[in-house]
Design a protein around this ligand. Structure first.
Ligand SMILES: [Zn+2]
Length: 255
């Protein structure tokens, strides 16, 4: 049965000791997965791991927005020429207290990478943390030119979910939607129709409740899919199939 992890970081150093085993387990459990970049080195490392059922996205996370200069954009463009690079990401804005990159620098890095996605006709994987208004105003502007996108690891209000849907974007839930205290997140999830829904792990982070506290790995997306199937009142088969089809549609992957 199809099941896809639309967002993981298998190049992360937390997998250095046993990456080959994790990748083998992931491909046993899943149809395919997408490895997402956070900066130039992790984008490069992600592209180095692509194979038959492993795809990559390249991009610079808002933490590292100050590194997005002309040379960086050129390097991302070169990496994106690989046919298994299916998106630009993760990119966006992050106003959480631990991010000391100034907001204007983040906005410039975000816009430059959105311009690259438009140029290359690639969809975008968006990271947003506590930056709803500014993320929305920038994406409102870019959405008509973009080849689609996903709000990854969704964490926001019902209003924000509706805004994201109005751009024609997908909304992706990670393991945190299964946490007992995630009531607000589940309230927002109520407005997401099945044809706009994706699931992801964000591995090695955010292991779902059933395996909480462990290092997360792509196969654990099953727990999130099972949880959401029950939440939406559909069968697990239906939810895993639909989310796999949606991810294939977003990333232009023909299975
Ligand atoms: Zn991520």
């Amino acid at each position: 049965m199809p099941l896809v992890d639309s967002h993981c970081h298998l190049q992360d150093e937390k997998f250095d000791a046993d990456r080959a085993d994790v990748m083998a387990r992931s491909l046993d459990a899943l149809d395919w997965l997408v490895i997402i970049g956070d900066d130039l080195p992790t984008s490069r490392a992600g592209v180095a791991l692509v194979s038959d059922r492993i795809y990559a996205a390249v991009g610079v996370h808002p933490y590292y927005a100050a590194t997005v200069d002309d040379a960086c954009i050129d390097d991302l463009r070169t990496l994106a020429a690989n046919e298994r690079v299916v998106a630009i990401g993760e990119i966006g804005l992050d106003y959480f207290k631990y991010n000391d990159t100034p907001r204007d620098v983040q906005a410039v890095g975000f816009r430059r990478q959105l311009d690259l996605a438009v140029e290359l006709n690639l969809p975008v994987v968006i990271h947003n943390r506590e930056a709803f208004d500014d993320t929305a105003s920038i994406l409102e502007e870019y959405a008509p030119q973009l080849s689609g996108g996903v709000m990854h690891c969704f964490a926001g209000s019902t209003d924000f979910a509706e805004q994201v849907l109005s751009w024609g974007f997908y909304i992706s839930f990670a393991g945190n939607v299964t946490f007992p205290k995630a009531e607000d997140l589940r309230t927002a999830a109520r407005v997401v129709p099945m044809d706009r829904l994706l699931v992801e792990t964000d591995a090695p982070y955010l292991a779902p409740q059933a395996v909480r506290g462990k290092r997360c790995e792509p196969g654990y997306v099953r727990h999130t899919a099972e949880y959401l199937a029950e939440f939406y009142g559909v069968s697990y088969e239906d939810l895993s199939q639909r989310t796999a089809e949606n991810a294939a549609d977003l990333f232009n992957i023909s299975s």
